[in-house]
Every structure is written in C-alpha cells, then in structure tokens.
Design a protein around this ligand. Sequence first.
Ligand code: AMP
Ligand code: FE
Ligand code: FE
Ligand code: ZN
Length: 310
Amino acid sequence: MKRPAHHAAADPAGARKLLLPPTPSGGPAGADLHIHTRYSDGTYTPEQLVAAAVGHRLGALAVTDHDTVEGCTPTAAACAAAGLGFVPGVELTAEEGNRELHILGYGFDPAHPRLLERMTLFQNVRQQRIHEMVARLNRLHVPLQVDAVFALANCRAPGRPHVARALVAAGLCGSLDEAFERFLKKHRPAWVPKFKISVAEALALLHTAGGLAVLAHPGLSRVDDLIPALVEAGLDGLECFHVKHNAAQTRHYLQLAARLDLLVSGGSDCHGLSKGQPLLGTVLLPWEHFQQFQARLHQATPASGPGCSG
Ligand code: AMP
Ligand code: FE
Ligand code: FE
Ligand code: ZN
C-alpha cells in the first residue's frame, strides 16, 4: 500500500499557519476528528465541509461516516486543495455483552478489500433496516414512502436521521425531535435494533486495514468499566474531546488516556445541517494532541501503515 505523503510532521506550521492564529506553541489551534458527511447521515459534501472547516480555521480534519469510507478520497482531495490536514476515518457500531459502543477507526487504507467487503455488508443491513422501519410506520398508519427516504438519503449508509428528515419533509412530523420521540428512539414503535459487530471484530478489522481504533464519546456510552478490557484487546485511543462531554468528563478521559497510555482524540460529531445547526468549530482537538495522533499513525506500521496527510 502506498502511503500518502504527509507534510505536517516536517513542517507543522507550514500551510496551516495561514489558516489559523498562532497558538503559544506556534502551530494551528486544533483539528476535528469526528465528522459525518452526506455519505452517511451528515449533510455536507466534501467541498462544503472543507469550506466550513477553513471558515472555522481548523488545521486538519477526519471524516468518520457511519459504515462507509466513501467520503475519504474526495475529502482528502478537497483538504489537499485547501491546505488542510486529512485523516481517513469511519465510525463503527459495536457491542460488548449487551452494551452498544461506537468505535472510530483512523488512518486505515480506504481501499482495503476486507474493510470494503465489511462496509458493503453493513450498508446492506442499514438499507434493509430502513425498509423495516418504514414498514413499521406504515403499520402505524403513518404513510411514509420508503422511496422518499432513499431519495432523501441518497447514500449507501442510510440511518434513522434520514427517516426522521423524510417524516418532516412529508409533513408527517413537525420536527426531527418529534420524529425521534414518537417513533424512532430506542423502544419507540418504529425503532428497529441495529446490527452490531463485536468489539473484537471492529478492532481487528481496523487494524487489518492498517488503522487505529479509538473509543468514541465514552462519556455518552458509559462503558468505563469495559475500557481496561478494550485496551487489552488492542484499543489505541479515547475520544476525550466531544461535543457532549462536559469539562469534568473531558478531564476524566484525559487522565484515563494518560494512565492507560492511550491516544487522545476529539471532534465535534458534526452532522452538517441534519441535526439543526452544524457543530463544526464547537469542539477542537488541541493541536499538540493532533500531532501526537499523527505521529502514532505513521509509527503504527511504517511500511504499509495508516495513511494521513497534513
Ligand atoms: P442509526 O445509525 O440509524 O441508529 O442513527 C443514529 C443517528 O441518529 C446518530 O447520528 C444519532 O446522533 C442520531 N440520533 C439518535 N437519537 C436522536 C435524536 N433523539 N434526535 C436526533 N438525532 C438522533
Ligand atoms: Fe450519525
Ligand atoms: Fe457515535
Ligand atoms: Zn458520530
């Protein structure tokens, strides 16, 4: 596998110095390593995302769509054109026991055959789930058409936010919140459980594809008791900075990451306009953490390791 050239390690303050105010260390202010695009349940195209990132003076970003890596190549190109660092990413839904947790993958080869094979399976399951959710709605006499959901989603990895948006667009719900509250939240009448892989499979898949695995928003998932076992199983990092973490949670996970020798990650979990106002720019991974992250990406498997550019 050919690794893209990366410039940040050699010239961390290079192109991005023009985009960001200097920090005390002289580098950019930060990165956003958790963003969804139109390839899953976000709304931004790669070009719109990069324009917004430049507007927020980010130094680097990762696209982490649910169950697809299609956004990585076009976003990498748009980032390169704008002088932004880019890390390929993905968000996988996994389970341990009966508990759901989200694993973020970074720096893998977006063309890795095994990764693409599994993505195709997860996408097929998501599309089938849309059919099942709409069938449930129809049984509740909510006349949503499944084609309307797929037309609105216009992607291979559709999810509940697309059903919610289609319900609002069809005038069947007054708001996205109403759609989730009445129908789509866990255990509500149109909710269909999501297919989840084991944490062990998620970690193995990401590592096989040359990437790193990070536990997403641990403050939301409430799985602290599982973290030591995840580390044992090969977890590489913790998402300490997240839009739904308060200051105490951020501190807690930073301490835990330091204690367990885990990478520190972070991002806004921006979905563009699909959840109201875009969250881009609200949460930054401080630049020194991004540099450590990037160094580890390049260290992981030097000959054929995870790609990232910056
Ligand atoms: P799915 O992957 O299809 O289960 O959908 C998960 C997505 O729905 C995630 O992006 C969540 O943030 C979003 N979501 C979950 N609950 C809500 C809610 N109450 N309002 C808006 N979005 C939600
Ligand atoms: Fe999402
Ligand atoms: Fe998540
Ligand atoms: Zn997310």
